[in-house]
Design a protein around this ligand. Sequence first.
Ligand SMILES: Cc1cc2nc3c(=O)[nH]c(=O)nc-3n(C[C@H](O)[C@H](O)[C@H](O)COP(=O)(O)OP(=O)(O)OC[C@H]3O[C@@H](n4cnc5c(N)ncnc54)[C@H](O)[C@@H]3O)c2cc1C
Length: 285
Amino acid sequence: MITGNFEYHQPSSVPEALALLSDLGDEARVIAGGHSLIPTMKLRLAMPEHLIDLQGIKELKNIDVSNGEVRIGAMTTQAELIGSDELFQAAPIIRETALQIADPQVRYMGTIGGNVANGDPGNDMPAVMQCLDATFLLQGPDGERSVAAREFYEAAYFTARDELEILTEIRFSACEGGYSYGKQKRKIGDYATAAAAVLLTKGADGSCTAASIALTNLADTPLYCADASSHLQSNGVSEDSIASAVASAMEQIEPVDDNRGPAEFKKHAAAIILTSTIRQAWARA
Ligand SMILES: Cc1cc2nc3c(=O)[nH]c(=O)nc-3n(C[C@H](O)[C@H](O)[C@H](O)COP(=O)(O)OP(=O)(O)OC[C@H]3O[C@@H](n4cnc5c(N)ncnc54)[C@H](O)[C@@H]3O)c2cc1C
């Protein structure tokens, strides 16, 4: 399968890319690693007449950790996320998640910006970003704005990003405590049948001082589970409270039948994967 015809543009700065997007309008799409966009173009699900390649924009490729804040440029690849010890110290859940995305070949090309901007409910990083309470920086014709990851996803492939905007950076606070990203999949390299991101902080007295839970591929958007998170924070982490938190999270999910299984199976898998992910995060806290 080959894609339809398109014109290729390679800007070297964000303003240049934004000018191209504004000039070319609806017919143009930005391309990052291409590992989500090119397959959809081969299937003719997307047929942009112009591709604006962000690979040449050096300012979009960076990882910076300072004063407890993490900043990741949109064009940072999944392999670079895995390779950064500084990032691992500040947010180990990112490496744990990135290692469960696809295979090394995809991870050498696929970018964090493409993964979170895509809006595919099967992508793993959006739920992690909601779990981290990350903020996405968008640049467009009217300047820069930021959108919380928890507010960004509207429906499958629909996000708060305007078509003329580029996602430039992701920011979040460095995390303390226990973390885990658990993913149930059919085989190595597959998208999630059900996955969960969990961050838990344990106080000196053994109480749960902070909790954050988000889910992947169990609805048409990633799901931040506010009630389940507060339940653990208010009641502590025990087998009983985990069961209640999981039951609360399961009320939010809306899986559909597809080639990864019927919805009922996915609900079953989701409860198991969330239970084990909470247990692991707490054991590490
Ligand atoms: C075999 C295979 C298995 C995979 N398995 C998984 C998996 O298990 N988990 C997972 O999460 N992903 C998986 N992926 C997807 C992979 O991680 C993609 O690389 C990633 O989702 C998209 O990143 P990209 O850089 O390739 O983006 P692209 O494909 O270049 O772009 C994706 C979309 O985002 C838009 N976009 C990209 N960057 C920006 C930006 N900076 N600003 C605004 N819009 C932007 C593009 O216009 C496009 O619409 C898999 C891919 C393949 C081919």
